[in-house]
Design a protein around this ligand. Structure first.
Ligand code: MUC
Ligand code: MG
Length: 369
């Protein structure tokens, strides 16, 4: 009994330009993975990158090519029922490609959970929560626009804590922008920054000190990915929480960062971890090391975001919440029933699988030719 696998690329414009230190996004490309089991049950997975190859080592096109060329022949020899065995075969045959592996694992878990009639979270250890808090990222590039956007989100009941993307401008300008937003929104609204590895050691020391004094709650990946020595020095030096993001690429790096005391908080991403199982392993390494947890995103659409939510719902604690707002940044939905964002949380349904119902007509209409 063999499985069939299809990959579909969809380009969706964002609701506004999304400015990071590494790129400015105006569209997001979803790589949808559709696996059909021998009995006809369909599982979905998704991978996204940020700005093609601007952020990481995989692109939507490399994910599609590698799944079709290298994963598909392997999957055609397997049954969908044992996800662990399937992933072990894939890991033996394929190096790297964590995002592609995550998308394929997600689709296999979706099928297995549907066969068992349970949500995917039940295959990952079980839920300790049925919803996760979701922040909004302010990244328009303009202080007044960001303040207006944040106020609107609070008023709508959508988001009540925010992350600001900085690092593209001189640090003094960025800090002035961040503090102005913090002061406008007040003491009760948590503001965090993501520097996306833009700062040198001196910029880190000066910038983080100013942000700490200004009441900012969390500093995400301030320095280069491989400079974990500096991340460790900053973690020791500052009281404001330092979070590893790009430096965290799965259980091995989680272990090394924890051993090095190189972060107060881990931003766990399912794609960066190489899968949902691996994201849960990262969370458990953090937990035993006393490192707090945050549920990160690669700005996935609804499939990847709900897959992430299924994993984050099992984490022993989620002290810094999540950023699973990716679907809300897109101008088009590909689901029959939209995800439930209410009361500042993303709610997980009890339905079997990942918890999404794909609108296949919509996908046919949007897919890249
Ligand atoms: C990142 O580095 O965290 C997550 C939210 C966002 O705006 O960008 C991503 C990537
Ligand atoms: Mg980040």
């Amino acid at each position: 009994m063999s499985m069939q696998i299809e990959t579909i690329l969809i380009d969706i414009p964002t609701i506004r330009a999304h400015r990071l230190s590494v790129t400015t996004m105006r569209t997001q490309t979803l790589v949808l993975v559709k696996i059909t089991a021998a009995d006809g049950v369909v599982g979905w997975g998704e991978a996204t990158t940020i700005g093609g190859l601007s952020y990481g080592e995989e692109s939507p096109e490399s994910i599609q090519t590698n799944i079709q060329t290298y994963f598909a022949p392997l999957l055609q020899t397997m049954s969908a029922s044992n996800v662990a065995q399937a992933m072990q075969t894939i890991h033996k045959a394929i190096n790297g490609n964590r995002f592609a592996k995550c998308a394929v694992q997600t689709a296999l878990l979706d099928i297995h959970a549907k066969h068992l009639g349970v949500p995917v979270s039940e295959l990952l250890g079980g839920r300790v929560r049925d919803s996760v808090p979701v922040l909004w990222t302010l990244a328009s590039g303009d202080t007044d626009t960001d303040i207006a956007e944040a106020r609107e989100m609070v008023a709508l009941g959508r988001h009540n804590f925010f992350k600001l993307k900085i690092g593209a401008k001189p640090w003094q300008e960025d800090v002035t922008h961040v503090i102005a937003i913090k002061q406008a929104l007040g003491a009760d609204v948590s503001i965090r920054v993501d520097v996306n590895r833009a700062w040198s050691e001196m910029e880190c020391i000066q910038g983080i000190r100013a942000l700490q004094d200004g009441g900012i709650d969390l500093i995400e990946q301030p320095c280069a990915i491989n400079n974990t020595d500096l991340l460790a020095r900053l973690t020791q030096r500052f009281d404001v929480a330092i979070m590893a993001d790009e430096a965290l690429t799965g259980p091995d790096s989680a272990y090394r960062l924890a051993k090095q005391h190189a972060a107060h908080v881990f931003a766990v991403k399912v794609a960066q971890s190489g899968g949902l199982y691996e994201a849960c392993q990262v969370a458990h390494i953090a937990h035993v090391a006393g490192i707090d947890l945050y549920g990160g995103t690669m700005l996935e659409g609804p499939v990847g975001s709900m897959a992430s939510a299924q994993a984050f719902a099992t984490f022993p604690s989620l002290a810094y919440g999540t950023e699973l707002f990716g679907p809300l940044l897109l101008t088009e939905d590909i689901l029959k029933t939209p995800l439930q964002y209410q009361n500042y949380q993303l709610h997980l349904p009890q339905t079997a699988g990942i918890g999404v119902e794909i609108d296949e007509d919509k996908i046919e209409h949007l897919r890249r030719a």
